[in-house]
Design a binder for this molecule. Structure first.
Ligand code: FAQ
Length: 333
């Protein structure tokens, strides 16, 4: 006769077998990570590795999509046809990046609709940088130079992320971001070399406003970054938040000299011993406010995304109906 007790014992046996199997899988996974192997979506992975990747990749995808808004604001006001074409292409690239990244995240077992719902309901984050306004045309060049510059610095190491679909997406994204960064720098250089005094002042003002938020893009300092240690252990992050921030500052200081702009940090000083530029304190309270939803444009950005999603409902419905008809016609043929 089967009793509750017997069921429990059987259950315990099954659990013991399963956990021995899982331990083996875990050991194999750890060994692959230690050997620098790439993990594919179909491979076994610990649940927390999957969750961490989903969090980071979906937040990254959301950043690309929300990141279209500050620049989209200037497409209709670009000063020349050439600049308008470049900006249009750049904003379209960001949409493409968002789509590669959603596709990479979907391989982890969460649907795009679920990810988008998390963004629209405020449960998912996106980069703090896109909650700042774009006030003048110089903001377009500055976003290219500094925001894309920071994005590349952070994203190049992700091309070696242990999760292969993310790493593959990043290779293509980085190539495009590199073009974005150069076009931004070139746009600013044109204004600084050939522009009027008012245009030069406009560039300096944009750099003053974007510098500190760009430094926040790399995330909190290493000793206050709750996810870093585990993500580094898993090979999701290859270089720490602080190291990347420092590399970005070191590169930007030299580029600022070529442009002829000043970076708005009186404490920027070359440190012979460290062979890096020292910098002044970052306002982490501002960062916390922005990622908690209280930055200058958080509400505006989120409501623009929700509106675009709702306005596009008929397109999604029509595409699904069309795909359904095609499938039925194929079956009938
Ligand atoms: N903004 O423990 P950590 C772009 C959150 S793409 C908002 O250090 P982690 C292209 C973090 O999520 C820009 N939240 O976290 C473009 C975590 O919260 P959670 C996006 C931030 O993940 C250019 C908490 O703080 N790039 O710009 C930020 O190990 C121009 C604790 O932080 C990526 O997403 C922030 N800045 O390291 C488009 C790259 N920083 O999730 C248009 C991939 C931190 O626990 C125009 N992501 N947080 O609730 C990463 O490399 C990492 O996720 C970090 C954060 C480095 C961003």
């Amino acid at each position: 006769m089967y009793t509750q007790a017997m069921d429990t014992k059987d259950g315990d046996d099954v659990k013991a077998v399963r956990s021995a199997e899982e331990m083996q899988l875990q050991q194999r996974f750890d060994a692959r990570i230690d050997a620098g192997d790439f993990i594919e979506a179909k491979d076994w992975m610990p649940e927390n590795y999957r969750k961490t990747l989903l969090r980071q990749i979906s937040q990254h995808a959301h950043s690309e999509i929300v990141g279209m808004l500050p620049e989209g604001n200037w497409i209709s006001r670009a000063p020349t046809l050439k600049r308008k074409t470049i900006l249009l292409a750049k904003v379209q690239d960001e949409a493409g990046h968002g789509l590669y990244l959603y596709a990479a995240a979907e391989t982890l077992g969460t649907s795009r609709d679920q990810m988008i719902d998390a963004l629209h309901s405020g449960r998912a984050k996106y980069s703090s940088i896109f909650n700042y306004p774009t006030l003048t045309w110089a903001d377009m060049g500055t976003i290219g130079w500094l925001v894309d510059g920071a994005a590349i610095m952070n994203q190049v190491p992700i091309c070696r992320c242990s999760f292969a679909p993310y790493a593959r997406a990043m290779i293509r994204i980085c190539r495009e971001e590199s073009f974005h960064q150069r076009q931004g720098f070139e746009a600013l250089l044109t204004m600084m070399r050939n522009g009027t005094d008012a245009q030069k002042a406009m560039v300096q003002d944009a750099v003053n406003r974007w510098w500190w938020p760009c430094l926040m893009m790399f995330g909190p300092p290493d000793d206050q970054s709750p996810n870093s240690a585990q993500s580094m252990r898993w090979g999701i992050k290859r270089v720490s938040n602080d190291e990347l921030r420092q590399k970005f500052i070191d590169a930007a200081v030299e580029q600022a000299k070529v442009l002829g702009v000043t970076l708005p940090d009186p404490e920027l000083r070359w440190n012979e011993e460290r062979e890096h530029w020292d910098h002044g304190p970052i306002d982490w309270d501002e960062f916390k406010r922005v990622i908690a939803g209280d930055g200058p444009c958080n509400r505006e950005r989120l409501s623009a995304r929700v509106k675009a999603w709702e306005d596009g409902a008929w397109v999604r419905e029509a595409a699904l109906a069309h795909a359904g008809k095609q499938a039925t016609a194929k079956e009938a043929a």
